[in-house]
Design a protein around this ligand. Structure first.
Ligand code: HEC
Ligand code: HEC
Ligand code: HEC
Ligand code: HEC
Ligand code: HEC
Ligand code: HEC
Ligand code: HEC
Length: 361
């Protein structure tokens, strides 16, 4: 109770609603379409967590466990974060001091005795930035104003919080937005709060495959038919892309939030589906053409060139080959990485998923 009061004062609350500024990971909760509540007649889906899948799908479980998907949500402890743990002490260019107390990490502004907040979870795998959040007793979620980049060993202002007063500890999200935030970084959240159970941390098997309770039970009893998981690999490209777009941003998300067209790097489903390659290839070009769902993205451009050449090869030209360079280096010219976070000084870039002719559109 006391911690709650302290945090509320520290965060300068009183307001029950805070306007979301557009930024952050694509992830700004205001961008997600409202997910309809299940109707009372539907059977409640039973989520079971990744470890329930390991015994029968060990190889997939192993590779998924090492992916940024799986690693995107952690408890903020040195034990869990390992080398990704933020450094204790003064946070440069701010008045904040980060310390580790018996109960966990805490951030304070020493000149203001009341400005103290305990931080619970670390959002982000550490590939780029990690943002720390605290769940308040009323279910609201505070998002710390500074984010840490473990690979750069550097702090930046959390995207979307650039305009907050320098002394503010951060932004507070109402429960509904805390839930949206967590539903892109975890499998499921409790109905009445935003903080997921530990077994549901990260983008898990069931984030993509749907609740697995019935399938596990059926597989155990040998009743294969009743609990069959949907065969995602058989979906037409447009549908698969939109499934991933639940978190990776669809055209609808862009329209609803009135985002500029150049978010085609941050919102990959939108970007890809705006490409002629997708629109004119009879529903064949999907995320799976270039990414394996249980692994991280490949970092060698050559890997992606092979995908382009499946359709644009000079030898078997299903489509026109390139008049500039028909053999290689396609990605740098046709899917260039661009700065991802407008309005932030974070130099993060992401590949434009709208495959296009440079300088044209
Ligand atoms: C609509 C789904 C969605 C929501 C809602 C969402 N995120 Fe994300 N988040 C993503 C995706 C997808 C990525 C991967 C990078 C990308 O595509 O922008 C990501 C990446 C991140 C990262 C890593 C750094 C980066 O920007 O890539 C952090 C940190 C993060 N999100 C924090 C949050 C926080 C905190 C919230 C809630 C306040 C939130 N996200 C809400 C989908 C979401
Ligand atoms: C007791 C063993 C067992 C467990 C536990 C189990 N599965 Fe399966 N799974 C199977 C078997 C057997 C098949 C092949 C038959 C079928 O499709 O149902 C399968 C098939 C699948 C398929 C392929 C569906 C298709 O047709 O492409 C997916 C996806 C899947 N499981 C996901 C999961 C997830 C997610 C979990 C954890 C929530 C899980 N499984 C837990 C045994 C298991
Ligand atoms: C529940 C939300 C969610 C769903 C569904 C989802 N993703 Fe993601 N994805 C994320 C988040 C969050 C990240 C960023 C993880 C991080 O680095 O913190 C991410 C990262 C990625 C990355 C970057 C990995 C890297 O190496 O940097 C790829 C590629 C990706 N997702 C592809 C997909 C594909 C393909 C699908 C559909 C089959 C999909 N995702 C479905 C949330 C989701
Ligand atoms: C980011 C979304 C995503 C996540 C997370 C994910 N899957 Fe999948 N999974 C897919 C997609 C998409 C396919 C279809 C792949 C294809 O056919 O190329 C698939 C295919 C499968 C298959 C059947 C095909 C095969 O390769 O055997 C099984 C079984 C499976 N997944 C189990 C799991 C388990 C278990 C986990 C967690 C440890 C998991 N998946 C996590 C998206 C995901
Ligand atoms: C034609 C190939 C291609 C397709 C199809 C594709 N991607 Fe990518 N994707 C790339 C390339 C190239 C990169 C950059 C990889 C790198 O250099 O690290 C990338 C990277 C990513 C990243 C990491 C952020 C970044 O830009 O570095 C995410 C997230 C992602 N893709 C999601 C998706 C999703 C979701 C889909 C389906 C809607 C998809 N991709 C379809 C080629 C593709
Ligand atoms: C599934 C097949 C397929 C794949 C894979 C594919 N494309 Fe295409 N691409 C097409 C089709 C179809 C068109 C439309 C041709 C037309 O206009 O008739 C096209 C058009 C293009 C155009 C012209 C775009 C414009 O706006 O005029 C470029 C550039 C291009 N592709 C580059 C690439 C690159 C680079 C890759 C790999 C990153 C790639 N494509 C992967 C099928 C594909
Ligand atoms: C140095 C940059 C560069 C590289 C590398 C490059 N392209 Fe291009 N590509 C272009 C430009 C510029 C155009 C537009 C040319 C024009 O309109 O005369 C183009 C046009 C295209 C077109 C449209 C052809 C048409 O007639 O409509 C396709 C398809 C294409 N490229 C595919 C690829 C593929 C696949 C690769 C890799 C094997 C690749 N490009 C490598 C710059 C590049």
């Amino acid at each position: 109770m006391q911690r709650q009061a302290v945090l509320r004062r520290a965060l300068g609350l009183g307001m029950t609603f805070l306007l979301f500024l557009m930024a952050g990971c694509l992830g700004d909760p205001s961008l997600t379409p409202a997910s309809p509540k299940p109707k009372p007649t539907t059977v409640v889906e039973e989520f079971v967590g990744n470890t329930a899948c390991t015994e029968c799908h060990p190889d997939i479980a192993k590779s998924h466990a090492q992916s940024y998907h799986a690693l995107t949500l952690n408890t903020l402890t040195a034990h869990e974060l390992g080398t990704r743990v933020p450094p204790k002490g003064d946070i440069p260019n701010t008045e904040f001091v980060l310390s580790e107390q018996a109960k966990g990490f805490q951030v304070a502004i020493p000149s203001q005795t009341e400005a103290t907040a305990a931080l619970d979870l670390a959002v982000g795998s550490g590939k780029t930035g990690v943002t720390y959040v605290a769940f308040l007793e009323d279910g609201q979620m505070a998002e710390f104003r500074m984010s840490y980049f473990p690979l750069k060993k550097r702090w930046y202002v959390t995207p979307g919080q650039e305009k907050l007063a320098a002394g503010s500890l951060g932004k507070v999200h109402p429960i509904s937005n805390a839930q949206k935030c967590m539903l892109c970084h975890a499998v499921t959240v409790p109905e009445a709060g935003g903080k997921p159970e530990k077994r549901f941390f990260g983008v898990g098997c069931e984030s993509c495959h749907g609740a697995g309770g019935a399938h596990v039970r059926a597989a155990r009893t040998g009743d294969e038919k009743s609990g069959r998981m949907e065969a995602l690999g058989k979906l037409p490209a447009s549908q698969l892309n939109v499934r991933c777009g639940k978190c990776h941003g669809t055209r609808e998300d862009v329209a609803v939030a009135h985002l500029p067209k150049d978010v085609s790097n941050r919102m990959q489903t939108y970007g890809l589906m705006e490409s002629k390659c997708f629109q004119k290839s009879s529903d064949k070009l999907s995320c799976l053409t270039c990414h394996s769902p249980h692994e991280n993205a490949k970092t060698q451009p050559v890997f992606y060139e092979r995908a382009c050449l499946k359709c644009h090869s000079p030898q078997t030209p299903l489509q026109k080959p390139c008049p500039v360079n028909p053999k290689e280096k396609c990605i740098g010219c046709h899917m260039p990485a661009r700065k991802a976070l407008a309005g932030s000084e974070i130099p993060m870039t992401m590949a434009d998923h709208k495959i296009h002719i440079p300088e044209k559109d």
